[in-house]
Design a protein around this ligand. Sequence first.
Ligand code: NAP
Length: 508
Amino acid sequence: MSETSNRVCAVVAEESTGAAREALRRAARVADLAELRLDYLRDFDFTSLDALRALIEQKPLPTIITCRAQAEGGKQQVGVRVRLRLLVEGARRFADYCDIEAAHYSKAAALSPDLSRVIVSYHNFSETPADLNSIYDRITSMPAAVHKIVTRANNVADTTAIFKLLDRARTDGRQLIALAMGQPGLITRVLGPVWGSFLTYGSLEPGKESASGQPSCDELVNLYRVHRISRHTAITGIIGSPIGHSASPAMHNHAFARLDLDFVYLPFEAKDLLDFFRRFVRLDTREIDWNLRGLSVTIPHKSAVIRLLDEVDETARKVGAVNTVVVNDGRLIGYNTDVQGAMEPLEKACVLADENCAVIGAGGSARALIHGLIERGARVIVFARNPAKARELSETFGVPVLPIESLASTDAGVLINTTPVGMRGHSEGLSAAPRAALRGRRIVYDLVYNPMDTQLLIDARAEGCRTISGLEMLIAQAALQFELWTGQKPPTGAMRDAALDGIARRTE
Ligand code: NAP
């Protein structure tokens, strides 16, 4: 599969030997190696080497056999002697490698394994411990072909320890698999091979993950394009918390692929913005040597990020929020593409100068929208539930702010919802405005994009209004980011397809 030394290993985690054999065949289509998790099998005789031979004799790709102890995430109890004999003899005769936990190394060593086929592994399912170097010292004192250290990242900051370990193994001339589980650890799974990790693991299908935060092989190969990433690849990504459901990685990575650009876009799950900038972003303090080109910034960091930047463009400064950072020769420059991104779909639908616009909500996206509307000569009236935020908006932008209950009183032709009301996982099925308050509007625009058809838009269409989905803004603001980072015109069709696909997946 791979044109580089970056290797993707498909984890085969099936309950029947028939399904496992079939999965190995599928693995050969997407991965460079397979890991066969024997402890998942329910119809397998763990005492029989013939059973293993029948399973992997025809293996279509290099295969690691693993039979985890329950204490290390194994699916069932298999006696330790039976387990180790199966692994040691299985690797000697049929498989390419066996994976043995460091805790059981001495028992396995007593069986005189072929050390050129042994992977010694350490797992920590709760954290990335501070003493990773001494763990590395301990496990690398056990002779083997490959050593493996897998921890859990509870924050993206934990991943720097993994990258440092990979640097150390490279210097030591050792083969190491190192990665961090959990959503914040995803960047180690995507970039690990470039740092020299012997391989990275992917599930064969979504839903068949064998570890927390494990992406599918399809995502590793076709979304993050792991096989083509190098130390020169321009790194971009989204910083926020939570970001697990963001559509941005799909939109940007598909757009990079469409234009064959050497860029990748990663999710950075981080609550501590200052720490992230210190460890990953600022040239003078960062702990990771990479070609960082830009960031999307999302909830809750859009305002706080401003003081960490070298320069902020005028729009972002006026709105008081940055959603895009460009890294230019180490200088950090902030932009706000939400403003133009929110305006583009509206401007396609109407001329905003002198238009009366009612905005529901007083949060971050309301500020971007109000700024854009005023800049284009529209007359804005805001409807908000929080009097303190309403006052602040009114003072900043010089617009009238009324309680949400009085929405029906305005005759604004354009109505825009900037609250999360109607959003999947928040209040799907509810509308940000009573149907009666939609009567007579020309355009109703909902910033919520999942679902695409919110109750507000359904009601608005029933009232004869023209509707605009938040998807349009989502694509427009991302397209502007893409252009800022790459200097190229974005393939918006690819971005739209990726966003729609992401939304559809989250509907399943
Ligand atoms: P935010 O800063 O948290 O602001 C949300 C606003 O909605 C606040 O004023 C909040 O009022 C108000 N609100 C929340 N629940 C409400 C309710 N039940 N009734 C009335 N008002 C309510 O969030 P944001 O960043 O502006 O994002 C808001 C929505 O826009 C989200 O759904 C987000 O996904 C969407 N959005 C879409 C795009 C896009 O590209 N399409 C871009 C940005 C945002 P309080 O202050 O009283 O809590």
